[in-house]
Design a protein around this ligand. Sequence first.
Ligand code: TRP
Length: 333
Amino acid sequence: MTKTILTGIKTTGTPHLGNLIGMYKPALELSKVPDSKTFYFLADYHALTTNKSQDDYRQSRYEVAATWMAFGLDPSKDIFYAQSDVPEIFEIAWVLSCFTAKGLMNRAHAYKAMTQENIDAGKADQDININMGVYNYPILMAADILTFDVDLVPVGKDQTQHVEIARDIALRFNSHYGVEGFKLPKAHIKDEGAILPGLDGRKMSKSYNNTIPIFEDSRKLKKLIFKIKTDSTLPEDPKDPDDSTLFQIYRNFATTGEIETMREKYQYGIGWGDVKKQLLEVVERYLEKPREIYNNLIDDRDKIDQILQEGAVKAREMAAKKLNEIRKIIGIK
Ligand code: TRP
């Protein structure tokens, strides 16, 4: 049976190597699963919860779209669109919100972390500065998924709770009406290796300001790779690859043979400068073709818009069908 796979990426900031290894790559690998139907989209309205500068917002939209395509998204096979171009999703989000307990949203991790920050800071109102978009975020995400009868949602560990929430809401709806209005999705969790460390050794993340943008030009890429933090062990000292930021990045871009050789070198001693040189080489090699595609696309916004529009037409057709079914189930029609 055909498996439907769907995932979205928020259009915030410039895609970095951590996003590539953690999101784009594993998601796109699933499009190769035989007999699968894949949906990839720009979660642009999700990005609005944090992204308030118009120029950054727009820029990120094109960068995320071009990155998807640079790494193999094929708009003629994969259904590729911007969430904001499929208004049916937002109508379904409203329906879902009427089947979502407020308490369930109180427990969503992003919202909870923000209220905790306010409490820790001694604020009298724990909800101060938290917009309703943040609060409703999991419901919109549930709508993204449930609109398309999705089986599998490739996500990082931090997003599994959201997929569980989508299941919960779907179950609530289905059991209320006694029909399978929405299909129950499952999270497809990426392995541990999918978390890439950043310049300072912590998880690569925009919020830690430790990222390496994917499509930085070669000179800047080199500069950043040489900035990755290392310790003061001497070149001849044996080193533990599993405890090395450089190695953790290297093994995502090198071949199996290269990884083995590098492991041995760590054991017998290699200077950090040498590791960085070799890391740069494998990253450059990995990025060579995608960079060409990306550079051709990124300045052609009309072309990107056109591709997204075509994808939205396909997505809307399906979404409208679902919405119709749902309207019937709830008794509007
Ligand atoms: N919340 C996801 C993230 O931050 C992005 C997202 C939005 C998403 N809607 C989705 C992911 C639906 C998978 C399915 O990464």
